[in-house]
Design a protein around this ligand. Structure first.
Ligand SMILES: Cc1cc2nc3c(=O)[nH]c(=O)nc-3n(C[C@H](O)[C@H](O)[C@H](O)COP(=O)(O)OP(=O)(O)OC[C@H]3O[C@@H](n4cnc5c(N)ncnc54)[C@H](O)[C@@H]3O)c2cc1C
Length: 417
């Protein structure tokens, strides 16, 4: 292939694109990363991050834990409380499973988190960052990928050997690679806002998750933020929203005003931010197709969020790393063909989506009849193996494939975190 403007262009500088950039820089690959926004920028999110993010990010930002412990405005979480249909709850105390230094559940505003990652990108000489630069269109040919970009209002055309598409839930690239419209079963509509003066439930810094009959399949959440406000939101799969004609904003107001578990908590609360909504794409089928000639999809652009928890930052960061490594391999081999890049599909399945099957099956089984999830919540505090099972599913990437014998099956019920 002839010399082009850039070997690699990353489209989108959210957590996925920024991570891809940091890994390309670590491999010494000069690249362009573009984003239509100027950082810091707001982003609609539940603002929760999990240990999955740190496992990857500390490979490129070795002092990341110090930033979280001392420099960034974050709130450390030490408990996850899950309410069931019958209004009873179970607590997952994170200290029961991991040592304090390994407990890396936080809330952090995306304004802060995404800007922190972009600042890291800016520090690497291999990365050229263009903000206020919107990808308008692209064309793949044997000579490379041609990108039409509106940079600070001016049209620019550039060419590259490879694209890492990290342009989020409305990716320009995804529809051409998936080659079919997104199934509404593989998309959630999610809203969130911030409240001040919510009456706290206990002394703990905890994620509160509420499984209500009228938010199935999905959940309502309350997450405490570093500034004392609460990130409050709910999400439901888009097929159910459409078939039941649910108005999410109205439903959120109704729950907060009338639900017995919430109305007293929100009696003196004030909404301090408008409600924002966005789509969250995820995959429920087992084998993802996230690559094509010269293109790798990562993060929300590849629909890689967890279909049960809705966690998308961690999977975005993981896929950002592996997209960068796949691009490095393609450059070394000077092969950008669909067949060469298919290895990336296999990696993404192995590292991310394979673990989803077991979660979807268990979630579907438990929530199919309210008594099942009610019983789980009731026995959870009393039965150690159930606590271990849930902790393993949350903390580890346990997959059906890992269950090879009775011994490995037993591991699922032991504290292996
Ligand atoms: C309400 C809500 C709550 C959520 N809560 C959580 C949570 O608590 N924890 C969690 O882990 N996940 C959560 N998620 C999911 C999470 O927000 C996403 O999975 C995550 O942001 C994906 O990161 P990304 O980098 O792939 O995409 P994004 O963060 O969306 O970044 C994409 C970037 O691409 C840029 N871009 C888009 N189009 C173009 C273009 N044409 N040209 C140039 N730039 C472009 C955008 O400006 C953006 O900066 C939530 C989602 C929603 C909607």
């Amino acid at each position: 292939m002839n010399k082009l403007d850039y070997d690699v262009v990353i489209c989108g500088a959210g957590p996925t694109g920024a991570t891809a950039s940091l890994f390309l820089s670590q491999s010494g690959i000069r690249h362009l990363i573009i984003d239509q926004s100027v950082f810091p920028r707001p982003k609609i999110c539940g603002d929760s991050v999990t240990p999955l993010c740190f496992t990857i990010l500390q490979q490129v930002i070795p002092d990341i834990q110090n930033h979280f412990a001392e420099k960034l405005q974050v709130r450390k979480i030490n408990k996850i409380r899950v309410y069931s249909f019958n209004q009873k709850f179970a607590d997952l105390n994170l200290s029961d499973f991991v040592a304090e230094e390994k407990n890396l559940f936080y809330t952090v505003s995306r304004y802060v988190l995404d800007d922190f990652l972009v600042q890291q990108v800016r520090q690497r000489p291999e990365a050229i960052l263009w903000e206020n630069s919107k990808l308008e269109d692209y064309n793949v040919s044997g000579e490379g990928v041609t990108l039409q970009i509106l940079k600070e209002g001016h049209p620019i055309q550039i060419t590259t050997k490879m694209i890492i598409a990290a342009d989020g839930a409305r990716s320009v690239f995804r529809k051409n690679i998936f080659r079919k419209p997104i199934d509404r079963k593989q998309m959630a509509a999610v809203i969130r806002t911030y409240y001040s003066d919510v009456t706290p439930s206990g002394k703990c810094n905890m994620y509160e998750l509420y499984i209500f009959e009228n938010v199935m399949p999905g959940y309502f959440w309350i997450f405490p933020m570093a500034d004392g406000t609460y990130n409050v939101g709910l999400g439901i799969t888009s097929d159910v929203i459409q078939s039941k004609r649910i108005n999410l904003r109205k439903l959120m107001d109704e729950l907060i005003i009338h639900h017995p578990l919430l109305k007293d908590r929100f009696k003196n609360a004030t909404r301090v931010h408008p409600i924002g909504g966005a789509e969250l794409p995820f995959l429920t089928e087992s084998e993802p197709k996230v690559s094509d000639t010269q293109i790798l999809l990562a993060g929300d652009a590849g629909s890689l969020a967890d279909p049960v928890s809705g966690e998308g930052i961690g999977p975005g960061i993981v896929s950002g790393k592996y997209a960068a490594l796949a691009a490095v391999q393609a450059l070394k081999a000077d092969d950008f063909s669909a067949s060469f890049l298919q290895k990336y599909d296999v990696t993404i399945h192995d590292k991310i989506t394979r673990a989803y099957a077991i979660r979807i099956s268990l979630f579907d089984w438990f929530t199919k009849y309210p008594w099942r999830i009610n019983s789980l919540i009731r026995v959870y505090p009393k039965i150690r193996w159930i606590r271990n099972l849930l902790a393993n599913l949350i903390f580890t990437r346990f997959r059906f494939r890992d269950i090879k014998s009775l011994i490995t099956l037993k591991k699922l019920f032991k504290n292996t975190v």
